[in-house]
Design a protein around this ligand. Structure first.
Ligand SMILES: [Zn+2]
Length: 279
């Protein structure tokens, strides 16, 4: 697992499986004790919020999840909660690293999780069986908190902006970290994956989400895709344009040049079937 810093309060860990990303975001740009101490005088204790962070999405492999608490500790961050961009199982594993905290998701994702109880745990088990991966415990999502989207989510003395992001699936949100100009996009704008219209998703929904994300991508220093390396804003904007073009031309679209592997051709074939079935 690779961990890089995008900002003093934003770290991104990338899994060895599917380059799945996990973004760790701490509220406020100052060091943990600094802000509270300055505001209240030299004798003040750092507030209970010092160093609080959210962990957005998750790496996949057990050793990567085991390492996450140490990554936070080294940075001086404390996990206040988990967030997931959508309900696909590979983004929901934060619970295995931080069992005690709440998991915040968009209302659409909460509805999907409630409508398909146990599916994420079963799909994780299937993946583990196929790849001979052993885990200490099965996945149990625990307390899930539905967040209004569009909306805001407070962290320290800052706020995350939550934007609807459906179309890949029926659910989801993208997260804008305004003070760091970082967009956590969920499964959109990926350098390694073509747009994937999965079960519950739709071409129109996907295109609407890309149009919604476009101004954020244009304003972003960095975009964190659900899969693949962190992108600088200009490169993400170019991928977004490629993806709009690809989706608009389905079912006759050509695959973007950099995303023509056998696996991506399979995703494309499934997209073509779904778009034909919907028309
Ligand atoms: Zn994914």
């Amino acid at each position: 697992m690779r961990v890089i810093g995008l900002h003093s309060g934003v770290l991104v860990a990338t899994s060895r499986i599917w380059q799945t990303t996990c973004t760790i975001v701490r509220g406020g740009a100052d060091d943990a004790a600094g802000a509270g101490a300055r505001a209240a005088g030299p004798d003040a204790q750092p507030g209970p919020r010092a160093g609080e962070c959210f962990v957005i999405d998750s790496p996949v492999l057990p050793d990567e999840l085991e390492l996450l608490p140490a990554v936070l500790e080294r940075a001086g961050f404390q996990c206040r909660g988990l967030l997931a961009t959508h309900a696909d199982w590979d983004h929901l594993l934060g619970r295995l690293a931080f069992p005690g905290v709440a998991l915040g998701v968009s209302e659409t994702t909460a509805a999907r999780l409630a409508a398909e109880p146990g599916v994420a745990a079963r799909e994780l088990r299937d993946f583990d069986d196929e790849h001979y991966v052993e885990r200490a415990a099965p996945l149990s999502l625990g307390q899930v908190q539905a967040l209004p989207v569009p909306g805001h989510c407070e962290i320290g003395d800052e706020e995350l902006e939550l934007h609807p992001a459906d179309g890949h699936t029926a659910d989801g949100m993208a997260i804008w970290i305004g003070w760091a100009r970082v967009l956590v996009a969920g499964d959109y704008v990926s350098p390694v994956e073509v747009p994937m219209i999965a079960a519950g998703g739709s071409r129109d929904g996907y295109l609407a989400t890309l149009r919604r994300l476009e101004p954020l991508v244009d304003a972003a220093a960095y975009v964190v895709p659900g899969h693949g390396e962190v992108l600088q804003g200009a490169r993400a904007a170019a991928i977004l344009r490629e993806d709009v073009n690809y989706l608009a031309k389905l079912p006759d679209a050509e695959l973007p040049l950099a995303r023509r592997s056998p696996a991506q051709r399979e995703v494309h074939a499934a997209n073509v079937r779904r778009v034909r079935a919907a028309s």
